[in-house]
Write a protein that binds this ligand. Structure first.
Ligand code: ZN
Length: 237
């Protein structure tokens, strides 16, 4: 059986009280795409009750510690936290980072031990313009092309997204590669098979302004995808 887990790592720009002094005067940065994924949590909240067997989200800013970076990746800490004393950085990892990663990883591990396959969708948004370049996609699906389950799921998901809304520009492994450092990549190492880690990347220009519309479209595509995967005879209708 397939189990579905949804996560939203960059759902908010909250700063816990004890760390607020680090961000004085940086409120604009916190509220920009650097601080969080605008529209991602709103979409996640639409999808999770309908799609997920279990769902996890965070509203703490990624500028404190980035849940979507590996523990030793340079970008796990931002310019606000990178130069903190080692004990403070260890505290951030211990209190805000590892508990999240452990909760999700434990859930997936238990399902795998029970013999289930797991589809993990990690919900994000991307800024429509970066360094002067307009990103020409509405939805990106990031996956590892070397993993058959991920490839198959993303191709089918793209089909449903475009079938239900022909104007929707869906691109695979855009604006980032699914194999870049991230939580899904980390989980793939533990689960060579039976785990599909897919990042859903939504154009913030759409999802930030009209989240309900975008989220409903994504939800409909996922409902069809889920039906198709549980009953392959539906595949080409
Ligand atoms: Zn993100």
């Amino acid at each position: 059986m397939i189990r579905w887990v949804l996560t939203c790592e960059h759902g908010g720009h909250r700063v816990p009280a004890e760390w607020r002094h680090l961000f004085h005067g940086a409120e604009d940065i916190l509220r920009s795409h650097r601080g969080w994924d605008r529209g991602a949590l709103c979409t996640f909240r639409t999808l999770a009750p309908e799609i997920a067997d279990e769902a996890f989200y965070s509203t703490t800013t990624r500028l404190l510690v980035d849940l979507n970076r590996s523990p030793h990746h340079r970008a796990v800490f931002s310019e606000f936290t990178r130069d903190l004393p080692a004990a403070d950085r260890a505290s951030l990892l211990r209190r805000h980072y590892h508990p999240w990663r452990r909760r999700v990883a434990d859930r997936i591990r238990r399902w795998r031990l029970q013999g289930h396959s797991v589809i993990h969708i990690s919900v994000h948004s991307f800024t429509p313009v970066l360094d002067g370049h307009v990103r020409n996609a509405d939805v990106g699906l990031l996956y590892d092309p070397g993993r058959e389950l991920e490839k198959a799921v993303c191709r089918r998901w793209r089909k449903w997204l475009t079938r239900l809304s022909p104007d929707c520009r869906v691109r695979l492994n855009y604006p980032y590669r699914g194999t870049a450092d991230g939580f899904t990549k980390w989980l793939r190492q533990e689960h060579p098979t039976g785990y599909a880690g897919i990042e859903l990347e939504l154009n913030e220009g759409n999802v930030g302004r009209r989240c309900a519309e975008v989220a409903t479209h994504v939800l409909e595509s996922l409902i069809r995808l889920k039906q198709e995967l549980s009953d392959p005879s539906r595949t080409e209708r």
